[in-house]
Design a protein around this ligand. Structure first.
Ligand code: GDP
Length: 378
């Protein structure tokens, strides 16, 4: 019997000496023979050849969505060389940009933004042209799945050949995320997208950033449990060029109408907006596609009015100025805070300040002095 067992293991002994009887460590089984490759038909994927600035610009101007997508990835990249190429591409696209209606869409989660964007987007596309849907969500991170601009949330648009949907750039400072979206708008416009939606969650600071890059700001609300104005920041209402109450369907119609009346009353208390156009309040149903025409007519009326008054151009110029300063602020900040020596010094100074060993002003002055003398040579 024992002989048999030994014989059985004979092959293993040869292949794996550690299986010898006197060996007391980890045993290795002979196992089965492995195929030569996991998939012999799979050829190695070649690295995508790097496009030149001219390739990107040519592709974008030709309206190639794949190249546009790659260029946006470049804009979002944190790699300095990518940023250099991205900035050149943006510069070259700028003369071809600007010819779109930029519409910001905000509302709390669950208000029906994605459902509505799908319907509004299809409404726009049925009239021709191309639509880009972008998003600003500073809390999102690609790896965790961006909550805004997710393709699966816009069923019809996501399969429409004339729609370009892009989720929010991954998490970073709001300024950084917003600037990337701002730059993406330029690329989309150069690629011929004549309507741009920028979606954001109506709960934080991101509305201000979106407001500063769009021509029209639409606030989506739903009828709630009574006091509709509760929880809506006054600032957001002040920014809105139009307010729409979603889910005006079934049993909810009455409540939606009531909410609309409350919003109209509230808006009367606000000063006339600089556009000179009083924000309208409408009800609709994104899910059932009710009153979509009316919402879009309202937006058309706004564009007609501000084009005629010159406010459209005036606002765009003011936004350009705003973005110049925003870009400077953001670059200075990131140059400062991303410097490893500055970070180390900041940590140490923070400890000093917390322990009251140094005043906040003296600590700040020390760090800034160090930065200005040692880090701004080039
Ligand atoms: P978001 O978080 O603002 O993007 O909201 P969604 O578009 O994901 O919608 C949230 C929920 O509200 C979903 O379950 C939708 O089906 C529902 N919803 C959206 N629009 C309407 C509408 O017009 N009527 C009704 N009854 N439900 C809606």
């Amino acid at each position: 019997m024992e002989e048999n067992i030994r014989d059985e293991h004979h092959g293993a002994h040869l292949e794996h000496p550690e299986n010898a009887e006197h060996y007391t460590g980890l045993q290795v089984n002979a196992g089965i023979e492995q195929p030569p490759a996991i998939n012999p038909y799979m050829t190695r994927r070649k690295h995508r050849p790097r496009l030149t600035v001219a390739d990107y610009v040519e592709g974008i101007l030709a309206g190639n969505p794949a190249i546009l997508g790659q260029a946006v990835t470049l804009v979002e990249s944190l790699v300095p060389e990518h940023q250099v190429v991205a900035q050149e591409v943006i510069e070259k696209c700028l003369p071809h940009a600007g010819k779109s209606r930029r519409i910001g869409i905000t509302g709390v989660p669950g208000a029906g933004k994605s459902t509505s964007i799908d319907v509004f987007g299809m409404h726009v596309l049925e009239r021709g042209g191309k639509l880009a849907v972008l998003a600003i969500d500073p809390s999102s991170e690609r790896s965790k799945g961006s909550i805004l601009g997710d393709k699966t949330r816009m069923e019809k648009l996501s399969v429409h050949p004339c729609a370009f949907i892009r989720p929010s750039p991954s998490a970073g400072s709001l300024g950084g995320v917003a600037r990337k979206t701002r730059e993406t708008i330029v690329l989309c416009e150069a690629a011929g997208y004549d309507t741009v939606f920028v979606e954001t969650v109506g709960v934080g600071q991101s509305e201000t950033a979106v407001h500063s890059m769009v021509d029209y700001f639409l606030l989506i609300q739903v009828a709630g449990t009574g006091d509709e104005l509760q929880g809506i920041k006054r600032g957001i209402m002040e920014m809105a060029d139009g307010i729409v109450i979603n889910k005006a369907d079934g049993d909810n119609v009455e409540r939606a109408n009531l909410a609309a009346a409350q919003f109209r009353n509230a808006l009367h208390l606000f000063p006339m907006p600089p556009s000179g156009v009083l924000p309208e309040v409408l009800t609709y149903s994104g899910y059932y596609g009710l009153n979509i025409d009316a919402v879009w007519d309202m937006i058309d009326r706004y564009f007609e009015a501000v084009n005629a008054s010159g406010y459209f151009e005036q606002k765009r110029r003011a936004q350009e100025r705003y973005w110049m300063y925003e870009t400077i602020n953001e670059k200075l900040r990131s140059h400062f805070y991303n410097d490893p020596d500055v970070s180390a010094m900041l940590e140490q100074k923070e400890r000093n300040v917390r322990a009251a060993r140094q005043s906040s002003f003296a600590a700040a002055a020390d760090v800034l002095d160090y930065y200005f003398t040692h880090k701004l040579q080039h």
